[in-house]
Design a protein. Structure first.
Length: 341
């Protein structure tokens, strides 16, 4: 039997989780689908330990802590979580949307919220023949357990924030760390670039610019060394236990691209009054939404979720006026939050 829901949220990242909260305050129960096996989106998958400083009233928290707090915040609303599955099909029926997933779940939803970040994101891979066989053992596109790199010889590839952040963190416990960047200009924050150069000048890390890994040697699933090919000069062989690759993400809209939405360079155009897409009843918030002046910040996604929830309320309960209430004083919201006096 189809799962009946007022709102289906596609994406369990911070913005998708906060959408559950904003809908819950208005008395709308939501269900959530995500292609990842865990909640948290990019925060959980790519930088669970990375500090975040721009969440209002929280001076600093890790990505993992932010997700944990959001999950705690939405507990009163008992959202259904359907993880490890992708939405494969969306059809507009008379008064509802029929949504199918790769796990053979079917939903009948009055509204749909796309909060899938940059879509179905995949790390950009290193193109070296045979290197994929070491992925997960000695080749890594994300860091889940920094402890496994302690006392090891590390080679980090990339020149963005993720590459430099992890290089600056992992060199402290590594036996040796070398950062290799394909260019001589970095995309990371200037403070991180300066910190890396300071460590390089002190001989605490090695930095090789304008180069890339072009080959490797292994012993089964164990990495032995990598071959570095510069744009100019001689090739070098570096002994290495682990190769960490941070070339960024390749955004893929996946099946969303075929839903008939107004797509703008792999993002979805929305209006800024409702954050509704070109299809009435389907909303887009977070990094996947596009509009003039858009800033890809978590706090911007939170704002978008609030306005989208009010617009959805008008669809779910047509003709009923939606009153703005405050969590500080509203008995109705206190009841929904489970904080009645």
């Amino acid at each position: 039997m189809p799962i009946q829901t007022d709102a289906l949220i596609i994406g369990a990242g911070p913005c998708g989780l906060f959408q559950v909260f904003e809908l819950g305050l208005l008395g709308i129960k939501a269900d959530v689908v995500d292609s990842l096996p865990i909640v948290g989106g990019q925060c959980a998958e790519l930088y669970p330990d990375k500090p975040i400083y721009d969440i209002p009233a929280i001076p600093v928290c890790s990505g993992e802590e932010l997700v944990a707090n959001l999950m705690k915040q939405i507990e009163p609303f008992d959202a259904g979580m359907y993880l490890g599955q992708e939405v494969t099909e969306v059809k507009q029926q008379d008064g509802y949307f029929e949504i199918k997933t790769s796990a053979d779940n079917m939903f009948h939803a009055k509204t749909v919220f796309i909060a899938g970040g940059v879509g179905s994101f995949q790390p950009r891979k290193l193109r070296v023949d045979g290197i994929d066989a070491l992925e997960g053992s000695a080749v890594h596109y994300r860091v889940r357990d920094p402890g496994i790199f302690s006392g090891k010889r590390l080679v980090v590839l990339g020149g963005g924030d993720s590459a430099l952040d992890w290089a600056l963190e992992l060199w402290k416990s590594a036996t040796q760390l070398t950062l290799i960047h394909r260019r001589d200009e970095y995309r990371a924050a200037p403070a991180s670039v300066n910190a890396l150069k300071k460590l390089a000048s002190a001989g605490q890390v090695d930095v090789i610019d304008c180069a890339n890994v072009v080959g490797f040697k292994s012993d089964g699933t164990r990495l032995v060394s990598v071959e570095v090919g510069p744009k100019e000069g001689e090739f070098r062989t570096l002994e290495a236990d682990h190769l960490l690759i941070f070339f960024g993400l390749s955004p893929k809209l996946g099946p969303i691209a075929g839903w008939g939405l107004d797509i703008n360079r792999k993002a979805i155009n929305v209006d800024t009054a409702k954050f509704e897409t070109s299809i009435p009843g389907i909303f887009a918030i977070g990094d996947i939404s596009a509009y003039p002046g858009k800033k890809k910040l978590i706090l911007s996604g939170f704002h978008e979720a609030a306005l989208a929830a009010f617009a959805a309320k008008a669809i779910i309960e047509p003709g009923k006026k939606v009153h703005l209430q405050y969590t500080t004083t509203s008995p109705i919201m206190h009841k929904r939050l489970g904080v009645e006096d």
